[in-house]
Each structure stands twice: as C-alpha cells, then as structure tokens.
Design a protein around this ligand. Structure first.
Ligand SMILES: NC(=O)c1ccc[n+]([C@@H]2O[C@H](COP(=O)([O-])OP(=O)(O)OC[C@H]3O[C@@H](n4cnc5c(N)ncnc54)[C@H](OP(=O)(O)O)[C@@H]3O)[C@@H](O)[C@H]2O)c1
Length: 375
C-alpha cells in the first residue's frame, strides 16, 4: 500500500466527510457513521454518509451521487472501505465497479470481519492511500467521530463518558436543597450530550433519590437515547419516570431461590411497562452487578456509546473497573463554602489529562481523558 501524501483537496474532503458523518452517529448506531466524498480533478462530485440500517454505506451513497463522474475519480473515505458481504455487498466492489482510480482513507477498519478493504482495492489496481499515520490529526478527528464503534470493536463494550456534577467543595448534592447542582446552561450541555449517545446510565441510588427521566428535553434530538439502570435487586419503582418502553434494567442473577422469585416477579411487572430487564453476573463477593459484564451486555443490545450520570457509588465503581473513557466534571464554582477540594482536578492519583475546559453560566466544565495506551 502506498504511503504518499494527501493533496490539499483530499485533506479538505476528508475534513468535510468527517464533519458530515459525525452527527449521524446515533442514527446509524451500532454501525460506524462514515463519510465519503468523490473528487474529480480536485472538485467534489458526490457526497455520502452512512444511511440508517437497512440503508447503504457512505461510499455507495457518494458513488450514486457522482454517477458517471466517478470513473477515474478519487474517493475520500473516513474509514477503510469494507471488504466483506454483510447486510450490504462489499464497498470495495462498488468502488472498483464504479471505476474509481484512487481511494484515500483515514482510519483502518479494526473490525476483523470487515478489514482488508485497502489491500483488496490495491489488488484490483486502485491507487490506495491509507490508513493515515496514527498521529495524523485528520485520522485523530475521524477516530473521535468513531469512538463508540472503535470501543466496541476493541473492548466489546460501549464507549463510556462519565459525567459528575459537584459543588466547589466536592459535594454531589446542592447544599441549598435545590434539585440540581449546576445551572441551566450546564444542564443544557448534558441534554446535548444525551442526544449524541445511545444510552444514559445511572444506578438505582439515583433513581430512588432523584426519579430522573434520563431523556433529552432541552434541545432538539434525532433519536432519544435509551435509559439504563444498574439495579442489582430490581428495586426500581414501577411508577418511576424512567419506567417506559426502551429502558434497560441490568440486575444481578440471584443465587437463592427466594431472591430469584422476588426479582423475577418485579422484573415481570417492569417488563409489562416495556422495560428490558437483563440479568447479569453478580459483582465481586456477590455484591452489586459485575460492571464489565453489565456494560458489555449493552454492546449486545446495539449500544456503542453511553453517558453515565450516576451518583458517587457507581461513579467510583466505574472508574475503579477501568470502564470510563472520558470524565466530564461540571463544577458549580460558586456553591459550597468548604475548602476547594480539587473539584476541577481528576480523581487523586489518576494520570488523566485535560481534553478541554470551559464555562457554562456559573459552572465550570472540564473534560478529562485517560492517557492513551502505550503504542
Ligand atoms: N452530582 C451528580 O452528578 C449526581 C448524579 C447522580 C446522582 N447524584 C446524587 O447521588 C445520590 C445517589 O448516590 P448513589 O451513589 O446511591 O447512586 P448511584 O451511584 O446512581 O447508584 C448506586 C447503586 O448502584 C447499585 N450497584 C449495582 N452494582 C453496582 C456496582 N458494581 N458498583 C456500584 N454500585 C452498584 C448499588 O445498589 P444495590 O445496593 O442495589 O446493589 C448502589 O447502591 C443522590 O443523592 C443523588 O441526588 C448526584
């Protein structure tokens, strides 16, 4: 495979394809939201993004738009074109059949079933450039847009963003007795985030204390995320706001006959309301649910991205189990009169780095990422 440089027009097309695909992530989930631009003499003649199932892949959409102009043209794609017969025929075949002369792609497809598209195109005589080097910022932008898909393929679980709201002195509830810790602008940011993920997760402690809806209300949304409750003993009240069609409840498989009867009976009542109850392995020493297993179960339900908004118990457990890919701290800097306990900093002892930071009204927002894995 060649490693030649991309032209300026190809880089611009890649940025455009990546930006066009990103908003489609939840709509096409669990498939990756891919973008493709067909260039003829450096000018775009066709665009495409992945269609929701059972629709076409981005390459096919862009080739259709380009029509006869695709012959001898360059296809610029965010993710390596697939080489396998899945729900749709291989994109590599569509590119070759359309007479595309050159294919540029940013990120390799890590999916063992679909990988190898670049090599297959090269064998068919297409001039192939890709994947870009791991440190290339264009590949980085594409990877960010595909983080859910990539996390499922690599780790067998959805990508997890953990959001924690605190006062300046570290409290997780508002000392004035108000329902929310942070202000309306920060909450709006949370609603935007909910609209960009497949599931919003809390523990039973939060359901019992706050009775949250866990849906998107304050901003327009293409598709509502599913609410997910980690509820060992199926204690979620049938009248809770989160009890509705599409909600997922992850409970622990009971060991004793008595608790088995009880949990199954409660699960049956919730199921009648449309809640999908899944029993997973209990956690260490039989307490709680096994978190890696529970979060992995959600990948099996087609979820690739989660926003976790639990209380401190489940938040600590997710961090302890290494299940957090991004930590978002919302800090009400004007609330709380105790000493500033490093509320804007990562948890003590963690080598997390700041991805970005800013403000929303009276609140500070810090996004933190774990260090990248060693190469
Ligand atoms: N500031 C914020 O960002 C924020 C967000 C949400 C909630 N809150 C506040 O936090 C408080 C509730 O806190 P919380 O910690 O009880 O709620 P939580 O973290 O949402 O739920 C904790 C519960 O999850 C269950 N669980 C099941 N498996 C677990 C595992 N492996 N590890 C840990 N937990 C597991 C446990 O219940 P079982 O005993 O049934 O196993 C546990 O008690 C409320 O006051 C609420 O207002 C604050």
């Amino acid at each position: 495979m060649t490693q030649r440089q991309l032209t300026v027009a190809e880089r611009a097309a890649l940025a455009r394809a990546s930006a066009a695909a990103a908003p489609h992530a939840t709509v096409v989930s669990p498939n990756p939201a891919v973008g493709c631009v067909v260039l003829r003499d450096g000018e775009p003649v066709g665009h495409g993004v992945t269609e929701p199932p059972p629709g076409a892949h981005a390459e096919v959409v862009a080739l259709r738009a380009a029509g006869g102009a695709a012959r001898g043209a360059t296809a610029v794609v965010t993710l390596e074109p697939c080489a396998h017969h899945g729900r749709t025929p291989p994109c590599t075949d569509a590119l070759v059949d359309a007479g595309v002369a050159r294919v540029v792609f940013a990120h390799p497809d890590p999916n063992p079933v679909a990988t190898g598209g670049g090599a297959r195109l090269a064998q068919a005589g297409v001039d192939v450039v890709g994947p870009l080097p791991a440190q290339d910022p264009y590949r980085g932008a594409v990877a960010a847009g595909l983080e859910g898909f990539l996390t499922v393929v690599r780790h067998g679980r959805p990508h997890v963003t953990l959001k924690l709201a605190r006062t300046a002195d570290g409290a997780v509830t508002n000392p004035t007795g108000e329902r929310w810790v942070t202000g309306p602008l920060a909450r709006r940011a949370v609603h935007r985030w909910r609209g960009a993920v497949d599931g919003v997760l809390v523990g039973i402690g939060t359901v019992l204390a706050d009775d949250p809806r866990l849906d998107v209300r304050e901003v327009p949304v293409g598709r509502q995320p599913r609410a997910v409750i980690i509820d060992t003993d199926v204690r979620t009240p049938v009248g809770a706001k989160v009890v509705r069609a599409g909600t997922v409840l992850l409970a622990a498989t009971p060991s004793g006959a008595g608790s088995r009867e009880r949990r199954r009976a409660r699960a049956a009542v919730l199921s009648q309301r449309g809640v999908e109850v899944r029993f997973v392995s209990p956690g260490p020493e039989g307490r709680g649910v096994d978190l890696p297993g529970a979060v992995g179960e959600l990948a099996g339900l087609g979820m690739v991205s989660l926003l976790a908004e639990p209380g401190p118990t489940l938040a600590d457990a997710l961090l302890g189990a290494d299940l957090v890919d991004r930590l978002v701290l919302h800090v009400a800097v004007g609330l709380g009169d105790g000493p500033l306990q490093g509320s804007l900093a990562p948890p003590p002892g963690t080598p997390w780095r700041t991805e970005r930071s800013g403000g929303a009204g009276t609140d500070a927002i810090v996004h933190l990422r774990p260090p990248p894995p060693p190469r």
